[in-house]
Every structure is written in C-alpha cells, then in structure tokens.
Ligand binder design. Structure first.
Ligand SMILES: [Zn+2]
Length: 153
C-alpha cells in the first residue's frame, strides 16, 4: 500500500474534510453504517456522496457510487481522487468490489483515500485495489468477433 497521491496538499485537505461531511447525510437505517465520499474530477470539481439504503436491500447505493453518478450525470468522466469516510476506528474504510469496478470504468489511476473516523488515512489507487480490472479498454481488446462486429445484431 503506497502513500503516494496525485493531489496537492490543498486538494487532499479538501477531500478529507468533505468526505467526513458527506457522511452526515447518510441514509443508512438498515446497516447503521454511515459512509461518506468526496470525489475530485480532473477538471477540479468536487462531488460528494453518501450511502443511500433501501427497504429492498439490493437497491441501496454506496457513497462512492453516489458521488460518481452525480459527477458523471453532470458531464465528468475523469477523476483524480476519491476520499471515503466511515465511523470505523480500527481500520481504514475500503471500497466494496462494486465500487472498485465502477471506479475502474472511469479512472484506474485515481488516488483512493481510505480514512478512519479519527481522520487518519491511507492512500492507494484503483489499479492497486482492482488488479486485472475489466475495463472499457480491455473489452475492446482481443475480441473474437472483432471491432467491426460490435453493435451488429
Ligand atoms: Zn461500494
């Protein structure tokens, strides 16, 4: 696990502050496990997200994906970093497999800040969290049906 980041000190401070704030809006009446996320686009825009649960459990959305969906729906597809917060004190909050896949779709190289409730953090990248990721690039490579067949049915 590296401690490298592609963010400036100011960006890092903002991400760490905003991911803690985002947790306050968490709707988690079932898990009672609030999570917050702050996502920085390559253009420098910041989007926050919280987990939004549902009585139909699989409908629930994680904080990281909430932030990504907000950003993508406003025209951003390239991300520099994401910070995640929870109330865990004994370990750094780590994104679930579904969120890792969603991050990999857009930015394998983005920095992921995994925090503890006390504000301490570890950094990694999506690439490190999801080795051999299935990405749009990989989907296009080495297809048996070839690129000319894509979209034909
Ligand atoms: Zn998740």
């Amino acid at each position: 696990m590296s401690h490298k980041t592609n963010c400036s000190k100011e960006e890092e401070a903002l991400l760490l502050e905003k991911c803690q704030e985002a947790k306050r809006h968490s709707y988690s009446p079932y898990s009672h496990f609030p999570v917050g996320a702050a996502l920085l686009t390559k253009e420098g825009k910041l989007y926050t997200g919280c987990n939004v649960e549902n009585a139909a459990y699989p409908t629930s959305l994680c904080a990281e994906r909430t932030a990504i969906v907000k950003a993508v729906s406003e025209g951003h597809r390239e991300f520099k970093a994401i910070a995640i917060s929870s109330n865990l004190t004994d370990s750094f909050i780590s994104p679930c497999g579904g969120c890792r896949q969603m991050m990999a779709e857009f930015s394998l190289d983005m920095t992921v800040y995994m925090t503890k409730a006390d504000g301490s953090f570890q950094t990694t990248t999506v690439d490190e969290l999801l080795p051999f990721a299935f990405t749009p690039v990989r989907m296009k490579e080495n297809r048996l049906d070839g690129p000319s067949q894509q979209g034909a049915s």
